[in-house]
Write a protein that binds this ligand. Structure first.
Ligand SMILES: *[C@@H]1O[C@H](CO)[C@@H](O)[C@H](O)[C@H]1NC(C)=O
Ligand SMILES: *[C@@H]1O[C@H](CO)[C@@H](O)[C@H](O)[C@H]1NC(C)=O
Ligand SMILES: *[C@@H]1O[C@H](CO)[C@@H](O)[C@H](O)[C@H]1NC(C)=O
Ligand SMILES: *[C@@H]1O[C@H](CO)[C@@H](O)[C@H](O)[C@H]1NC(C)=O
Length: 326
């Protein structure tokens, strides 16, 4: 009797801990394609929607409870005239650079619609938004990563380049145009993150068409390559966006596989969550790290809802917490 109870409790603990490997934090209605995700200083999650006008930026409390009926409960800002929020990255405390433009999975990107904005969330009930610059010569802005408080790096996935945008002047120019960033159908360089824990900083990125992920030292102010490019993972079909920890571990999303993969120099890449054919992380597009004491060791991912066999969306995009350990 006693030992049976113990067994039952053990079994319960086991299933609970397995079930807690991933937890759906918030799910949007179908169809909602979440394209990118970033964590705020207070541990909230910013996420943007692709192919729905006006372009929406949402804020989600990963520990909050939401009424499913209040569809706009998490809407922080909408950008008129365009349908997509792409990369999101904090370049100074509470100041997020957010890329917008027109994009649809069927017709692609509309050159001339791309812009980068500052979204100031320092006052919780008074979000301030202003445009940093229009980027008429960019073909598409996909990933985006703060280089420092004065500059943002943008991935132009069609040009196959990384562009530096000066936050104050709004001027932009190409700083990386390498074999590792080059266009390869369907998209070249895609996700970008700058790791500041190394000296010089390290740019981590994916190239979707090359089925590979990379890291490279970059100059802290110019953003140019400052050493050799290393391939961290290869033969990884269509990697999208990523998160990177201070110990130089990359976690990247693969939407078609529906998996989150860990990659580190000198180690074999391994899937840490999701599996092919499962909706657990179906259509996962992007990843960001937990920043509060309550969610250390958590990678939050955003999804576009996954695909049915006929190519239609399987469910609404969602945010999922993935326990990856410390
Ligand atoms: C939700 O926000 C959108 C703007 O993105 C707006 O068009 C719509 O009317 C809002 N819906 C409700 C129920 O407030
Ligand atoms: C990338 O992977 C896809 C799917 O597995 C494959 O069709 C394609 O040829 C690969 N591309 C490269 C450059 O290896
Ligand atoms: C970069 O690669 C070249 C050629 O493989 C090598 O000679 C050089 O030592 C490398 N530089 C660094 C900083 O690793
Ligand atoms: C590439 O990945 C595919 C699918 O995961 C696998 O079947 C194949 O063996 C891999 N090829 C190499 C060279 O590792």
């Amino acid at each position: 009797m006693h030992s049976l109870d113990t067994l039952a409790i053990l079994a319960l603990l086991l299933t609970t801990s397995l079930a807690q490997q991933t937890r759906t934090v918030f799910q949007f209605p179908k169809p909602t394609w979440l394209e990118n995700i970033a964590t705020t200083r207070t541990g909230h999650l910013l996420t943007g929607v692709l192919n729905k006008a006006p372009a929406e930026l949402h804020i989600v409390d990963p520990f909050g409870t939401y009424e499913a009926s209040s569809a706009n409960a998490t809407l922080l800002h909408s950008f008129p005239g365009v349908n997509t929020v792409f990369g999101i990255s904090e370049y100074a405390p509470d100041l997020f650079a957010v890329a917008t433009g027109d994009y649809s999975p069927s017709t692609g990107a509309t050159k001339g619609t791309y812009a980068v904005w500052t979204v100031d969330i320092s006052r919780p009930d008074d979000t301030k938004v202003h445009k940093i610059a229009d980027l008429p010569n960019i073909e598409v802005i996909n990933g985006l990563a703060a280089l420092n408080k004065d500059a943002i790096l943008l991935a132009d996935s069609f040009a196959g380049t990384v562009v530096r945008l000066d936050v104050k002047t709004g001027r932009s120019h190409t700083v990386i145009n390498d074999g590792s960033t080059a266009f390869a159908a369907p998209l070249g360089v895609n996700g970008l993150k700058v790791l500041h824990a190394t000296n010089p900083p390290t740019l981590y990125y994916t190239n979707s068409g090359l089925n590979a992920t990379f890291s490279a030292p970059i100059h802290p102010t110019t953003g140019k390559l400052d050493g050799n490019v290393s391939m961290l993972a290869s033969n990884e079909s269509v990697p999208d966006d990523l998160a990177v920890t201070d110990d130089e571990t990359m976690f990247f999303a693969k939407p078609y596989a529906g998996t989150l993969t860990r990659a580190k120099a000198g180690e074999k890449a391994v899937v840490v969550a999701g599996s092919v054919g499962s909706l657990e992380l179906g259509g996962v597009t992007s990843a960001t790290l937990g920043r509060s004491y309550k969610d250390r060791g958590v990678v939050y991912v955003a999804t576009m809802g996954g695909f049915n066999a006929d190519g239609s969306y399987a469910e609404g995009g969602k945010i999922v917490a993935v326990e990856v350990g410390n």
